[in-house]
Design a protein around this ligand. Sequence first.
Ligand code: SAM
Ligand code: SF4
Ligand code: SF4
Length: 344
Amino acid sequence: MAIADLPLADTLARPLRDLRISVTDRCQFRCTYCMPREVFGRDFAFLPREQLLTFEELTRLAQVFVGLGVRKLRLTGGEPLLRRDLEKLVSMLARIDGIQDIALTTNGALLAGKAQALTAAGLRRVTVSLDSLDDAVFTALNDAGFPVARVLDAIAAAAGAGLAPVKVNMVVRRGVNQESILPMAAHFRGSGHVLRFIEFMDVGTTNGWRLEEVVPAAEIISLIGGQWPLEAVVPAYPGEVASRYRYLDGAGEIGVIASVTQPFCRGCTRARLSADGKLYTCLFAGTGHDLRGPLRAGASDQALREQVAAIWTRRTDRYSEQRTRQTSRTQQQKPKVEMSHIGG
Ligand code: SAM
Ligand code: SF4
Ligand code: SF4
């Protein structure tokens, strides 16, 4: 039997269903929770161009993953729209047999000018990150002076290009932007877009994460529900990352991604490919598995499939389930890949 016919599962019986592809480790923002400027400053050594996978290499690897069960692709980064002609990659990926969904996560800075071309190329969905409607709070968070209005314009442009409903990601950090929760909920209620609140995570080792700064999803839901009553929505599919809630008055839905307080490792079917071709089986992994080396050395599709299958079947990752206040402190000292390297 060919590997592609085998139901591939890891040690916790989790199939491989989603692939997140980081197309660049660069970004024009310096969000304090992701790429703090003190670390990602002028002298930071980003990947040189020749180390990035080309669109052809990315497409070939995506095909290998599809042969092992992947059905959904998400392009991310760094900021994926900094990669020139990203729509070309989207159209190459859209032609792979077996792909059901191609999505993009972006900070929105370059989205307005690209939304039409991306949709025409086959992009199905977009997630735009926006952490506040207050310019003072937002610019302090993105540390790049980028105004709220341009992100809102990008969301409107994406919807106009056929990418509605847009998902809007807000990372919540206590003492930084929790005052923005209600204004954001008020703004996106009834807009047709879906606002999702993400608990501040201890990804990487540079963002100064402390458990005290996590606003638990339950607190966010009770805050919003106190203003506009909510009811939980049954998950659309097993392993759905966001817990969804619906406004009882019919003004739409919100989601919470409670990766810290209600981990969802049991249903984690996601693999991540870094821009330089390393496979990570967990957002909190310390090391990746090099696929670019064998790819550039002429490995066959079958050999690449076998390599990925061997990695996935040995997978034991469940970092968030094992995280405690104490381990979180010690984990901060351990090497962990940065979010901007492998994408969210
Ligand atoms: N640059 C794009 C963007 O910001 O949407 C894509 C890459 S970014 C790493 C993907 C997502 O991860 C964003 O929604 C971002 O807000 C989120 N993120 C980054 N650092 C995070 C952290 N420490 N905790 C929770 N979410 C984080
Ligand atoms: Fe850039 Fe996205 Fe990270 Fe912000 S969250 S620094 S926009 S990669
Ligand atoms: Fe998946 Fe790792 Fe996150 Fe758990 S901690 S949900 S295994 S990426």
